[in-house]
Ligand binder design. Structure first.
Ligand SMILES: Cc1ncc(COP(=O)(O)O)c(C=O)c1O
Length: 513
């Protein structure tokens, strides 16, 4: 694995590449102890306070001469890995993110090495297709749904809404993929105020404009208010707007709320409007029989997103989009044929079958999304589903949903904690309320409570027993625990309530009021 340097142009063309192309076991082996240590989470996190130290070891000018493989491995082992992101810490419940479990992570490495491109006659290409089918079966969608693995929910939503745009324009005899979207006035997408912010960018990228996203208020349970949606649709249609899609969240980012899907399905069918379901976080919640009725009949939705890199804990970079009409999806995203591809494929017959894996493209995915060269993502979904089965996913989802309800109970039992939103999935939003502020809704109390809880969050992060994130609900700053982390234990769930109580009392006692 040692590096060769030569100054002679003549010998250069006969020498091997500077980069190591062998010694894989040694290289991986050199990192394994550091990775194993990282996954123990038995030391307090020091990365933030030691930022200056490790940054200084990494920040260096572009090297003219390489330092060689050993130097890179040593830097990874000693500096990078120990200072990575501890999203797998059992106490971490922030955002909707986690660290992959062992098997999908190893499948990721395997794919990087032996499945670098997801085309042609090879195992990873087959697994991409198989994993799409397995995931579809897991959430109970029928076989006609087609789609693609993406880099995450952001791109998956973009693709689903691209299909919605195709549908809405084709109804008026226009192919937006060919002719653009100037022909129809005032396109509109409808979603609740709790919709994930990637939806605005999707509208921008699709040429509809961020202002095409119309946000509809929610009811008391933070679900999209159907009556208000109907009113708005009526006004907009009377004014000549073109509805492109209604976007329902199956698990909002803030509180894990599921919009009223059965009613939305009904409405979209009546009005012939595309129903897009953003289930990036919560679609797998359908596996929990306590709440599965909230999802309605998913086979009547037009497009659905689910992110394996969330609850399935694959490595980051794996979302999925399913569209009921695969042909329409293809019309929206197809790539022009290209001679460099077509001409490379032999004309073969049954009598003369292909003899090289490069003679056939295998399952072709690039007509369903916005990427061209695709990495093998499905292998991780296949790996985790093969490892733990439907049973294992169900157990994880139910356990995490139960954790959120249990935390809500702990909050309910604690005199100074207040639950701020109903629990549907695995998210629990709550805050600390000192006796002196209980029941007060005036602006001064609100400001104090927000400042207090913001400080509490910082304090509990510093202590590292519970690492939730936060959000605002009706202007109230709340601590937000979202359990999708397979490493989370009952003890760390309990720590969330205990730490907020403890730090709340401390901060309140010393806070400037
Ligand atoms: C409901 C929802 N939609 C979309 C997204 C965006 O997904 P990604 O971060 O994978 O792009 C998220 C991310 O948390 C989400 O929770």
């Amino acid at each position: 694995m040692e590096q060769h340097h030569s100054s002679s142009p003549h010998t250069l063309c006969q020498e091997p590449d500077f980069a190591s192309i062998d010694g894989l076991a040694i290289a991986v082996g050199a990192l394994l102890p550091a990775l194993e240590q990282f996954c123990k989470f038995d030391q307090p996190e020091r990365t933030a306070i030691e930022r200056a130290l490790w940054s200084a070891r990494l920040e260096e000018p572009l090297p003219q001469a390489g330092s060689g493989s050993q130097a890179v491995l040593a830097r990874l082992r000693d500096v990078v890995i120990p200072n990575g992101l501890r999203a797998g810490d059992p106490g971490f419940s922030g955002w909707v993110a986690t660290q992959p479990t062992t098997i999908p992570a190893v499948a990721h490495l395997a794919a990087a090495i032996s499945g670098p491109l997801c085309v042609a006659v090879q195992a990873y290409n087959l697994l991409e297709n198989l994993a799409m089918r397995w995931l579809r079966d897991l959430v109970g969608l029928p076989a006609n749904y087609q789609g693609i693995f993406t880099s995450g929910g952001s791109v998956a939503n973009l693709i689903g809404l691209g299909a919605a745009r195709q549908y809405a324009f084709e109804r008026h005899g226009i192919d937006p993929a060919q002719y653009g979207i100037s022909a129809l006035p005032h396109p509109r997408m409808y979603a609740s105020t709790q919709v994930h912010h990637v939806m605005y960018r999707a509208a921008a990228v699709l040429g509809l404009g961020r202002r095409a996203v119309v946000t509809i208020p929610t009811d008391d349970a933070l679900r999209l208010d159907i009556a208000k949606l109907k009113e708005r649709l009526e006004t907009d249609c009377a004014e000549g707007c073109t509805p492109i899609a209604i976007v329902a969240s199956a698990g909002t980012i803030n509180t894990g709320t599921i919009d009223p899907l059965p009613e939305l399905i009904q409405l979209c069918q009546e009005k012939d409007i595309w129903l897009h379901v953003d289930g990036a976080y919560g679609l797998l919640g359908i596996l929990d029989s306590d709440i599965s009725h909230l999802y309605g009949d998913l086979s009547r939705c037009d497009s659905l997103v689910v992110d394996p890199h969330k609850w399935l804990a694959t490595s980051m970079g794996c979302g999925a989009i399913y569209v009921r009409d695969g042909k329409l999806l293809e019309r929206a995203f197809t790539l022009e044929p290209a001679v460099y591809i077509e001409e490379s494929l032999p004309i073969y017959t049954d009598d003369a079958p292909i003899t090289s894996q490069f003679d056939d493209l295998g399952y072709v995915f690039h007509n369903f999304g916005v990427e061209h060269s695709l990495p093998s993502r499905g292998v991780e979904v296949w790996a985790v589903l093969k490892e733990i089965g439907v049973e294992g996913v169900k157990a994880r989802v139910c356990r995490h949903n139960w954790y959120a309800r249990y935390l809500a109970d702990l909050v309910g039992d604690a005199p100074n904690l207040e639950l701020v939103a109903p629990v549907t999935l695995s998210t629990c939003c709550f805050r600390y309320v000192p006796d002196a502020l209980r029941g007060r809704k005036d602006a001064e109390a609100m400001e104090l409570l927000n400042r207090l809880n913001r400080t509490i969050l910082g304090r509990i992060h510093e202590r590292g027993q519970a690492i939730p994130s936060a959000t605002l609900i009706d202007g109230a700053f709340v601590i937000r625990a979202c359990f999708i982390n397979p490493r989370t234990t009952l003890t760390s769930v309990e720590a969330h309530a205990r730490e907020v109580e403890l730090c709340g009392a401390e901060v309140w006692a010393t806070m400037e009021k």
